[in-house]
Each structure stands twice: as C-alpha cells, then as structure tokens.
Design a protein around this ligand. Structure first.
Ligand code: TUI
Length: 312
C-alpha cells in the first residue's frame, strides 16, 4: 500500500504510531518500525538525556526508520529539539503547540517535519512555515485534544493544504484506515491500539482497562481551562469533573493530574491515575504484537478497498 506518506517516510505501510507520553518508548517504537510502520518515541515531559537514550535504545533494536514526537508544552522541548538533530533523527512530529521556532534548524538538518494539528488554520500555518505533512488529529483521540472530529477535520485539512495529511483520532482497524484514505488522508496515526501491543511496556492493568473499555467510557477533563485531555473514566476523572463543575481553577485542580499518567502507565493505578485513551478503546479487545496489529489492519483495509468497486 504505497502513498505519498510511505514514500516520504521510506516505510512499507501508511501507519504511524502515536507519540504517546510514557507509552511511546523505544521498545514499542522499534517494534512498530520493524513491522513496517513508523514507530515514534514520545518526548512528552521527559528530560532531553532520557530521550537521547531512548533513541539509542531503539537503534539497537531496529535499523528501520523511526521518529520522535516533541511535545511542545514540555519544559525540555527546546533541548529535545536539538537532541533529535544531534542524534540524526529523520522524522519529527510535534504536538500541543506550534513548532515554528524549530523549523529552520530541523529543515537544515534534513528532518521530515510533521506537526500534529487540530484545526485548518494551524494546518495552513504549518504548510507556510515548511512542514512536510501534517497529522490532522480529531477529538476522538486520547490525551490532549482539539474540538473537531476526525470525520470533519481530515477532509477540510486535505482541501486546505497541498502537503499530505495523516488522519488521527478514532482509528484502530482496517475500516478506519480505509475510511481515512477516502477522506483524503495518505496515512493514519494510531495510538490506543498500540497501547495494548505486546511490546508496549504499559502496565497490564492499564492494558486491561483499555481492553475492557466500552464506546462511551472516556471523559474529557480540563475543557473549562483550555487544556482538554481525554482519558478513561475513573475516580480521578469523577473528582476532576465534579470540582471543574464547581468552578475550581486550573491551579486548584492540577494536583489531581500531576504525575498521574506515570502512576497509571508504570504502576498500573487505573483508579486514581490518568488512563489516557481514545474513544476507539471500545473496539480494542485483544493484546497482539505490533506486527500482528499492523498486518491485520493492512489486510482488512486492502480487502475493503479492493471490494469497494462493487458498491458503484
Ligand atoms: O499533543 C497531543 N496529545 C497529547 S500531548 C500529551 S502530554 C500532556 N499531558 C497532560 C496534559 C497535557 C498534555 C498528551 N496528549 N496531540 C497533538 C495535538 N496538538 N492535539 C492538539 C494539538 C494542538 C493544540 C493547540 C496543537 C497546537 C495548538 O495550538 C498551537 C498554536 O500555537 O495555536
């Protein structure tokens, strides 16, 4: 399945793994890349040296290309922006902000830059400042989200810009990939389904919670403060939602979320921790290797697209 994105990235399949905080470390990234997708190491809030080690760790596991996601709200974003250049990373995605100030440095280093956007306006701005592609991420996604749905955002972004679009948010199987290609995307970014991959170091409690999740089991905290984050409902989200409805400030609520993603991912505290996951968690019902996940998605999308002619 060749598209503008597989050619741009030099990968076999149009599937990119999400740059998920704490989850997207070298074992998962290397497994996704080795299986023919593009694995990503998530910079998240980690210090630059941790990310340097993650990059080196992934290199030991695969000689296929992989990328790094720079989370722009991180206090270490600037340092990580330099580390990716020093370590010879070929693909960078960015999230939670605009990467304009790093663009010149990354393009001079020959890096393919793919900002994650949640609006047409930002997609246009990214094209103007030299991005090679964008990820159009719908509100179905887990973690920090925008307002528009994948179904509405992807075709509008595809119409607005000339660089390729990668669809994200609510995609976990071959139907999602086929639909995204029909909406004008040239690839998909998948997060939640890779959380439960065998190679993912996420605590089994977290994986089991994703697998048990039903269609409407996620909640969005922080909307009133302009920091909307989607995660699976639990004691933490219930408390957050209650206090948010009472009008508590962002600062007053911060104690509920500080360090809680780590608590869920590493310690398996799915009660008081932050269990970030997308709305598609309800569709995910088994643990598989990254290769099994990718092969299944590609085979399913291939069959759907081959047979689509019978509809017309
Ligand atoms: O970045 C993400 N998803 C994330 S980052 C993250 S780490 C975190 N943890 C706790 C609280 C907050 C963050 C977890 N999930 N996705 C990409 C994405 N970027 N979605 C939306 C955006 C975005 C939003 C606003 C990009 C740019 C933007 O504004 C830029 C500007 O300057 O106008």
């Amino acid at each position: 399945m060749q598209t503008d994105i597989t050619k741009l990235l030099g990968v076999e399949y149009p599937i990119i793994q999400g740059g998920m905080a704490w989850v997207a470390e070298h074992n998962l990234a290397a497994a996704v890349s080795a299986a023919g997708g593009l694995g990503l190491i998530g910079g998240a809030n980690a210090p630059a040296d941790v990310i340097r080690n993650e990059i080196r760790g992934a290199r030991k596991l695969t000689d296929k290309p992989f990328g790094v996601n720079v989370m722009l709200m991180s206090p270490h974003a600037e340092e990580i922006a330099k580390v990716v250049v020093e370590e010879g990373i070929k693909v960078v995605t960015t999230g939670a902000g605009s990467p304009e100030k790093y663009m010149k440095m990354w393009k001079e280093a020959g890096i393919v830059v793919i900002p994650v956007v949640a609006s047409v306006a930002l997609a246009r701005r990214m094209e103007r400042c030299g991005a090679d592609a964008v990820v159009a991420e719908g509100t179905e996604s887990g973690g920090h989200i925008g307002e528009a749905t994948t179904m509405t955002l992807v075709p509008q972004v595809a119409d607005a810009i000339d660089i390729p679009v990668i669809a994200a948010g609510g995609i976990a199987d071959g139907r999602g990939l086929a639909a995204a290609l029909m909406l004008g995307a040239k690839a998909v970014q998948i997060g939640t389904r890779f959380v439960v991959a065998n190679e993912s170091i996420v605590h089994e409690n977290y994986k089991d919670r994703v697998i048990a999740a039903k269609d409407i089991d996620s909640a969005v905290t922080g909307r009133s403060h302009g920091h909307p984050v989607r995660c699976l409902r639990n004691a933490m989200t219930r408390e957050y939602t209650k206090l948010e409805a009472e009008g508590k400030s962002f600062e007053e609520l911060e104690y509920l979320t500080l360090g809680t993603l780590r608590k869920a991912v590493m310690e398996g505290d799915t009660v008081n921790g932050t269990v970030m996951a997308g709305q598609i968690a309800g569709l995910i019902n088994k643990k598989q290797s990254a290769k099994e996940i990718i092969d299944e998605i590609i085979a399913e999308a291939g069959n759907l697209l081959k047979n689509a002619g019978s509809l017309v």
